[in-house]
Design a protein around this ligand. Sequence first.
Ligand SMILES: Nc1ncnc2c1ncn2[C@@H]1O[C@H](COP(=O)(O)OP(=O)(O)O)[C@@H](O)[C@H]1O
Ligand SMILES: [Mg+2]
Length: 338
Amino acid sequence: MADIRLDFVCKSFGKTEAVHELSLNVDNGEFLVLLGPTGAGKTTTLRLVAGLERPDKGRVAIAGRDVTSAPPAMRDVTFVFQQYSLYPHLSVFDNLAFPLRSPVRRTPPAEIERKVREVARLLHIEDKLQNRATQLSGGQMQRVAIGRALVRSPAIYLMDEPLSSLDAKLRGEMRIELQRIQRELGATILYVTHDQTEAMTLATRIGVMDRGRLVQVGTPREIYENPVDAYVATRLGSPGINLVPRSVFPTMPAPPAAATVGVRTEHVRIRKANDGGALGTVSWIEHLGDQDHLHVAIGERDFVTLSDADAGLGVGDPVAIEVMRPLFFDAAGRRVPG
Ligand SMILES: Nc1ncnc2c1ncn2[C@@H]1O[C@H](COP(=O)(O)OP(=O)(O)O)[C@@H](O)[C@H]1O
Ligand SMILES: [Mg+2]
């Protein structure tokens, strides 16, 4: 078994509280993604699990064992960093073999050969084993960096934005690769990113972080459909959820505490309203081929909806808006059931 358990973990640097009372379970075989903007405390959380930081308060357990004061080497975790660091003068084979050749491990050469080939096959870089690391593309280098974590077969993989230095196309490919690898290995992965697409596509569960706090944990679908507050609601969805004052929709039934209405762009029916029932006017249309992003000016506000490319609406048209599945938030941004 390889699970991670954090209990009320706190970590400050001087006056900065990087992580505040964070409690989280990552189950055996789970792909848990922590999602949050820069400064949310994601890297610090990974470093606390790895043993690169000691918590000020709270406990860290791996595979049921309290490791709060254990050094990194005693934790059976590997860390894939944002910036891959390969040995440029070594071949891909030797880069992959490096962690196995450490004096404490003393892996037999035949075993190293077997393990390196297995990982190279998994990562589709078998034909690159004799290349020097410097002869690889960015995507291949990041595969080797991930491969260096895989050869050790640790209990836990920690990944800190491992795809952020790749271009969009490679990121897309590597997302699919990582999912496949995780399934094949049945690995337990704690992965952090600020990229909502990575979180949505990779995670069995997402943990949303905000300024050192873990605000919500759930499946991608739960987080998307049932955010606990307006902050979480804005983390997922592209274009983002519309948050408008309740007064914009005076006839909409809403709970008394509702101050803000959240409307996902796909939960809107829009029609031309020359008859006086208009809520706003089309201000701008972004054509994306299969669909349009329709921007509606409601007073000073920009309200975004998805619409079919052939909806027949043009800039300046007055439109009526029908909202399906609104989400309600109180004045403090907390979700109000409705
Ligand atoms: N070693 C450190 N010394 C001082 N401040 C730090 C250190 N590490 C992180 N911090 C601060 O802690 C907060 C969380 O940082 P970090 O965990 O790196 O967030 P993230 O990875 O989500 O961007 C930030 O305000 C950051 O500046
Ligand atoms: Mg970070």
